[in-house]
Write a protein that binds this ligand. Structure first.
Ligand code: SF4
Length: 500
């Protein structure tokens, strides 16, 4: 039996859950002579916003791959002794928010796996839509899965192809021909760092240079903190292999069209990252400007819902001529994932994160700019908070169109049943959240702000047009591969350190 990773202690985690949840963050570095584990640590730290459930780093010294991973934030998982134990010259790292498979230690990435022709470690950002089919096929021929995430399907397909004698590029190509869905990958072999992007390029992945060293990262914001410079994006369908001979590019699968996730531009990616060559702070500021044209308001003050609403609120204020101000203060230590408060606190849980500045907003007609409405519960609490603090009017302005369809490509939003805009008109939603008025940015406005044509984006959660077909034979829920807890092998409560 192939042991790709090891079971770990199970943790219970509960979340405050009314915003879209990030995918995951990937980082990789090929840098002989450098402390690659430390570089990866700082890269993952810059990508922490993409996933706060767990973190892992795998390092190769040219012969052996070592991995360390645990639940928690990057700064909690990696201590100085741990980083010092990860010696080598190639590394891949991962920060996780789970979209398939629960938040347990056994699901933490990178997934390490022995093969007949060398060991591999794989970090995945995205979500497969046919993992259930492939997993059943692999189980039927004897593969025994040890995680409940879709990423292990990718690892086992590559490992099987390597076992059968394929070289690494051919093995990845074989995997790409079988999997469907969204995947950006950072793969480590004993002597290579490899980047892969699905043919639609749903999740971002870029290449950077640090002197003679090469870097892979989910977002460009991970490059400056380690002194690296952006080189280019890994292209949809491309495999890049970095080894002692430098960087080599291969076609994995032909790309018929791009479908970068529009929510990366709206919310997920950091505002100091670039996508399609544009700074996202500027793209979001333009979203606010266009929103002001599409949904003007007669108001005294424009305030953001911090932090994600700030650039768009600046844009709205500039375009409308209404003064900009801070009306809500965010507790900077409030995590995006949150222990669920008791029933009484849950109904007002936004108060744990946001405090209104009564002296600023009392008696004012407010324009309040936020990035999205998912279930509507958080927005309703924010509106109530502002009225209780004395606001005379609250005009909600949202820099995304109504979310009417679920995401199957790596963003955990909600089921369609839970999406408030899926079953209600804009006026119904306005009444539910209690706002004076409500305006959403149009898809056309989004595209204008992005400065790119429609066919470069996935817009499925707004218009239901999924660029990668979704199977209708199974509900793609996060727990699709969960086993009864009693069947899991539970290890000691130490973080997983694995030699493979
Ligand atoms: S469905 Fe929405 S959140 Fe999911 S990839 Fe497409 S644009 Fe992004």
């Amino acid at each position: 039996m192939r042991t790709c990773t090891k079971a770990g202690k199970l943790y219970d985690t509960v979340y405050d859950h009314d915003t879209p949840r990030e995918a995951c963050g990937l980082f990789g570095v090929y840098a002989p002579g450098e402390d690659v584990a430390r570089l990866t640590y700082f890269g993952l730290f810059a990508l922490q916003h993409r996933g706060q459930e767990s973190a892992g780093i795998a390092v190769s010294d040219g012969a052996r791959i070592r991995a360390y991973k645990d639940l928690g934030l990057v700064t909690r998982v990696f201590t100085e002794p741990v980083l010092q134990s990860l010696q080598g010259y190639i590394a891949v790292g991962h920060t996780r928010y789970s979209t398939t498979g629960s938040s347990t230690l056994r699901n933490v990435q990178p997934i390490t796996c022995p093969t007949e022709h060398g060991n591999i470690a794989v970090a995945h950002n995205g979500n497969l839509v046919n993992a259930h089919v492939l997993r059943a096929q692999l189980e039927a021929i004897g593969e025994q899965f040890e995680t409940t995430n879709d990423s292990e399907v990718i690892v086992r397909l590559i490992a099987r192809a390597l076992d059968e004698g394929a070289d690494i590029v051919s093995a990845i190509r074989q995997m790409m021909r079988q999997v469907e869905g969204a995947y950006s990958l950072a793969i480590l072999t004993p002597t290579q760092l490899i980047g892969v992007r699905d043919p639609f390029g749903v999740r971002p992945l870029c290449l950077g240079k640090l002197g003679d060293a090469w870097v892979l990262a989910s977002e460009t914001c991970a490059l400056p903190p380690i002194g690296a410079e952006y080189v280019r994006d890994v292209m949809p369908g491309e495999i890049v292999v970095i080894d002692e001979r430098g960087l080599h590019s291969y076609e994995g699968l032909p790309s018929e069209r791009e479908a970068l996730c529009m929510f990366e531009l709206i919310y997920f990616a950091r505002p100091d990252s670039h996508l399609y060559g544009r700074l996202l702070y500027e793209v979001r500021r333009r979203m606010g400007q266009i929103l002001a044209r599409e949904h003007p308001a007669d108001a005294d003050l424009v305030i953001p819902v911090p932090d994600s609403g700030i650039p768009a609120a600046v844009g709205y204020a500039t375009e409308s001529g209404i003064p900009y101000g801070d009306g809500l203060i965010k507790n900077r230590y409030a995590p995006r994932t949150f222990i669920q408060p008791d029933q009484r606190l849950r109904e007002q849980s936004v108060r744990l994160k946001l405090t209104p500045l009564r002296e600023v907003i009392a008696g004012k007609r407010l324009v309040v700019v936020d990035d999205s409405i998912v279930r509507g519960t958080t927005t309703r609490q924010i509106v109530r908070l502002l009225f209780e603090a004395g606001a005379r009017e609250v005009h909600m302005r949202i820099t995304a169109p109504p979310i009417r369809f679920p995401c199957h490509y790596g963003i955990d939003m909600a089921t369609q049943r839970e999406l408030v805009a899926a079953h209600h008109t804009v006026e119904d939603v306005r009444q539910q959240i209690g706002a004076t008025s409500l305006g959403y940015l149009s898809i056309e406005g989004l595209l204008e702000a992005a400065g790119q044509p429609r066919n470069r984006f996935c817009l499925a959660c707004f218009n239901g047009e999924y660029p990668i077909p979704i199977p209708d034979d199974v509900e793609l829920v996060k727990e699709i591969f969960e086993q009864p807890q009693s069947s899991l092998s539970v290890r000691a409560d130490v973080p997983l350190t694995a030699d493979v």
